[in-house]
Write a protein that binds this ligand. Structure first.
Ligand code: F6R
Length: 629
């Protein structure tokens, strides 16, 4: 096994000499969209670009071919700002359009730093996701060019301009760039004078979609799946040359390569969101149907004494699991943590939950029959993917749980569970969190079945969940009332015990993420070890307190806070609880309360953010898919 040490930036998985999971750096946020075909409205193209805003929305730009050369429009902020600037261009069409939405990593957020970037003669335009690691070295040799931005991307435009002056062909340019540029990238280059488009891809996703004579290029297959018939997922170190609506694929040496076309899986768009003020609210309400469908589908097997079917997940390989390691980031990590409590409790298997960015730098300890579970709704979170790559290099088995069938996590895991939550547009995860909890619940039940643990007992509580979710959502005005009462407070604490420690963490994360208020999540038992010092009449504490076997423990935590003058809001099943405010949830089994308790907390965060006038679907500084380390 290779134990190379690397603290320099690497773009492929690597192990440290200490055996840590991996140690390398890459930056691949941002979204790319390009179109080549019969003339299309620029406004329409911007609509497509908007679907990529989940990859970043601090600035964006578009470049299109006109009779007078390339026209470039860029702006700070989201695609709506760009569309406003285009008002004067109403009705304008073009047959070559490249566009980009950015999440700044190098160079501040500014119009100049937004993509596309151009060469000095304005004949080469470039959009790029990724990082050019030897940027400074190359730039120092390009003294005859005037740089207008702080980005590494601009370099490519100048390099290509020089190659065109030397009459180099597109395949020679591809060979030259692959040889010269170190780092990770998905690049689209438009050569106006030749009417040629060049693509390069290394470690950042880039797909080509085909529809009759139209060619679409995108950093996300889902965004173009509804208007193409076939998709080509470019492999690493593959380039493409598009001329006269024809496309040729080459390798990094510029030699022809064959690629595989895949039939497109049409993506079902969210419908009905017009009824809701924000996508996030729509997505919270969508859970009613999603949870009903998911539970009914899985329960069939459980009721019929069949092993729960996870179609892309081989049962045999999972029958002898002795240790489970689950990893993910952010909200998804909270789902991992829930999974670890559940698996320990129900299966009696040693289970660890890890924040992916921490696991990466921890010592790798091999133990036989370990199942690694990587969870990511987007399937593109870099910290999570890098662990998957490292584990695979070590010969470990990885189960990926994701909401995106075309994601890198789905493609690279040994086994895959696809959550069927539908596309989540709001940056803050809601329905995908509950979908993760559900998949973990049923996957744990399936492992229990394999161990001959009786799972019949859980059928009734699981059956009760959809009605319980409906009940909670129907009473969402009660949560709005709570938000109206408390939204002026600046500090919040969320506490829970055992299965609801992740719920407390998640309630706090959601509140801070979309309201920008200070919130902390704690295991209730930890309060007296420090955080209780924060309690005063200004601090609002949410206690997640369903009547589970350790209900009396959270009751004590609540009393301790109340007796120090703190304000308490309880999410509970008990009308008797001594609290300032309460939101009642239907009774269920302790395993499943997290699914119910999180819904009022997500709704509370939503309503507070709404009352504070926050940009709920696109909170500041965030992106839906975190593809940077
Ligand atoms: C918070 C949120 C994030 C994500 C995290 C991981 O609302 O959405 O914390 O959970 O960035 O994302 P995935 O699941 O795509 O790996």
């Amino acid at each position: 096994m290779n134990h190379r040490f690397s603290n320099t930036r690497k773009t492929r998985p690597n192990f440290t000499k200490y055996g840590a999971i991996s140690c390398y750096h890459t930056e691949i946020m941002c979204g790319i969209f390009a179109y080549i075909g019969k003339p299309k409205s620029i406004k329409l193209a911007l609509g497509w670009l908007q679907t990529l805003e989940y990859r970043g929305y601090d600035s964006c730009g578009v470049c299109f071919k006109t009779k007078k050369g390339l026209k470039i429009i860029k702006t700070v902020g989201g695609v709506d700002n760009l569309t406003k600037q285009l008002r004067t261009l109403n009705g304008v069409v073009s047959n070559r359009i490249i566009a980009h939405t950015r999440w700044a990593t190098h160079g501040k957020v500014s119009t100049l730093n937004a993509h596309p970037h151009t060469s000095c003669n304005n004949e080469v335009a470039v959009v790029h996701n990724g990082i050019i690691e030897n940027f400074n070295k190359i730039k120092s040799k390009l003294r005859n060019h005037k740089f207008t931005s702080q980005t590494d991307t601009e370099l490519i435009a100048h390099l290509v301009e020089d190659e065109i002056k030397k009459n180099k062909s597109a395949k020679d340019i591809i060979k030259y760039l692959y040889n010269l540029i170190e780092g990770s990238y998905a690049i689209v280059i438009f050569l106006d004078s030749r009417d040629e488009i060049i693509l390069l891809r290394k470690d950042c996703p880039l797909v080509v979609g085909l529809n009759n004579s139209e060619i679409y290029i995108c950093s996300d297959s889902q965004a173009i799946s509804n208007f193409v018939n076939r998709i080509i997922y470019l492999h690493n170190n593959t380039g493409a040359i598009i001329k006269e609506n024809q496309i040729r694929f080459v390798n990094s040496l510029g030699l022809p390569v064959s690629v595989q076309e895949e039939a497109v899986q049409k993506h079902v768009e969210n419908s009905g969101n017009k009824k809701y003020k924000h996508h996030m609210l729509h997505e919270i309400f969508e859970q009613e149907n999603l949870i009903y469908t998911a539970i009914n589908h899985r329960l069939k097997d459980l009721k019929n004494d069949g092993i729960i079917d996870f179609s892309r997940c081989s049962h045999d390989a999972l029958s002898n699991v002795k240790r489970i390691v689950i990893f993910g980031c952010g909200t998804t990590y909270h789902a991992c943590l829930y999974g670890s409590y559940l698996m320990r409790e129900l299966l009696g298997i040693h289970t660890e939950a890890w924040i992916a960015s921490e696991l990466r730098y921890s010592k790798y300890i091999h133990s036989p029959n370990t199942l690694y579970i990587g969870i990511s709704q987007s399937g593109e979170t870099l910290d999570t993917l890098q662990i998957v790559w490292s584990l695979k290099e070590r010969g470990e088995k990885v189960l990926g749980i994701t909401n995106s069938p075309s994601s890198q996590l789905a493609k690279e895991s040994d086994y895959v569970i696809l959550m069927k939550a539908g596309r989540e547009i709001g940056v803050a995860a809601t329905k995908t969190y509950t979908a993760q909890l559900l998949e973990l619940m049923f996957f744990t039940m399936m492992l229990a079945q394999k161990q001959k643990i009786n799972t019949k007992f859980y059928i009734r509580p699981l059956e009760k969940l959809p009605a319980a979710v409906s009940n909670i959502l129907k009473r969402h005005d009660e949560i709005r009332d709570l938000a109206e009462k408390f939204y002026r407070h600046k500090n919040y604490m969320f506490i829970g015990r055992k299965f609801n420690v992740p719920t407390a963490y998640e309630g706090a994360l959601k509140l801070k993420e979309i309201t920008y208020l200070h919130a902390e999540g704690y295991a209730g038992g930890e309060m007296k070890h420090g955080p209780i010092a924060l309690v005063d009449k200004e601090l609002i504490t949410f206690a997640v307190a369903p009547e589970d076997p350790i209900f009396s423990k959270i009751e004590s935590n609540i009393s301790e806070i109340k007796s120090r003058g703190g304000k308490i809001i309880c999410i509970t099943t008990s009308k008797q609880l001594n609290t300032d405010e309460m939101f009642l949830i239907p009774t269920n089994h302790e395993f499943f309360y997290p699914l119910l308790c999180i819904i009022p907390l997500h709704l509370f965060a939503y309503h507070v953010a709404d009352l504070l006038g926050r940009e709920i679907d696109k909170p500041r500084n965030l992106a839906k898919s975190v593809t940077v380390e």
